[in-house]
Write a protein that binds this ligand. Structure first.
Ligand SMILES: *Cc1c(COP(=O)(O)O)cnc(C)c1O
Length: 302
């Protein structure tokens, strides 16, 4: 069974050391578990429990070749003695990248799906085909977002977070922020920073909240202007920010999710978005495994 490390919120900006009169804390979920890092720990937890209870011995899920979800699922299934199948978007490469080579080392069976079929992966047709090929399995969707993932994400905020006024999170599929919105208190506001280009994500989150009957007590807002060109795109300003941030605070960030969140939150801070005296919590959702692959792909040295 996965068990989490205890990680106290780390204050990085205080009214004493900054001109904004605001305290900024970081919740280092990247340290919650050595291999099942960040929000993925919370998103997988109840899915694994449920799969076990239903008598499955194999999990199947989907992801891109650098996916944090594939990485975390391979480690979680290994530690909980499940067999795992990873359906990877696109063509097989002769040499495995660091993410897939870790997944394979954990015993995950990697199977590649062309992009056209991959877009249809949620259809009964494709799922039936996968059952024909692989037999019985418990399915976790791409990115891991489902009802049990959101239930797990509701456990990210704990008692010590009740004093926070703002809770800031990165967004991919919206599962994590849905859990945060479901568990934040009425005096709190949840701010989401989308990694993807476009405003569609606001409706996706509204849809997730409706579908899973989450009635927020808190306020929430999603920013769609910190995507730096789109998902997994390379942008020099973001890279510079990540490097400088790490130099200043000794906190590593990734260029896909947490870098954009921290950049966005620091930008809001500079623009006096947060009233004086507020306490702001930034959720470090992990994703650091992807940095090595990103560096190789883009000849960077984050
Ligand atoms: C998967 C992931 C996210 C996105 O989470 P969603 O629940 O899909 O919105 C954010 N940050 C990191 C580091 C991730 O790996």
């Amino acid at each position: 069974m996965l068990s989490p490390n205890k990680i106290p919120n780390l204050p990085i900006i205080t009214p004493e050391n900054s001109p904004f009169g605001v305290t900024v804390f970081v919740k280092r979920l990247d340290l919650v578990h050595p291999l099942v890092s960040g929000n993925k720990f919370f998103k997988l937890k109840y899915n694994l429990q449920h799969a076990r209870k239903k008598g499955h011995d194999t999990l199947l899920t989907f992801g891109g070749a650098y996916s944090n979800h594939i990485y975390a699922t391979s480690a979680a299934t290994k530690s909980d003695n499940f067999k795992a199948i990873g359906i990877i978007r696109g063509e097989a490469t002769t040499e495995l990248n660091p993410t897939l080579s870790f997944a394979k080392k954990n015993g995950m069976l990697l199977s590649y799906m062309d992009r056209k079929q991959y877009r249809q992966k949620h259809t009964t047709e494709v799922i039936n085909m996968l059952h024909k090929e692989f037999g019985d399995f418990y399915l976790i969707p791409e990115g891991g977002t489902n009802q049990l993932a959101i239930k797990g994400a509701m456990e990210i905020l704990t008692e010590e977070d009740q004093e926070m006024d703002y809770i800031c999170s990165s967004i991919g599929t919206g599962g994590t922020i849905s859990g945060l919105i479901g568990s934040a208190l009425s005096h709190q506001k949840v701010l989401g920073f989308s990694s993807l280009k476009g405003r569609f994500i606001i409706q996706e989150v509204e849809q997730l909240l409706r579908k899973y009957h989450i009635r927020p007590s808190c306020g929430w807002e999603i920013f769609t202007n910190y995507h730096f060109g789109g998902y997994a795109k390379h942008h020099p300003d973001l890279i510079d920010f990540i490097k400088n941030f790490n130099k200043k605070f000794q906190i590593p960030l990734d260029p896909i999710y947490t870098g954009k969140l921290f950049y966005g939150a620091m930008d809001l801070l500079k623009n006096n978005y947060f009233p004086e005296g507020s306490k702001v919590l930034l959720i470090h959702s992990g994703g650091l495994q992807g940095v090595e692959g990103f560096n190789l792909r883009h000849h960077e040295n984050i």
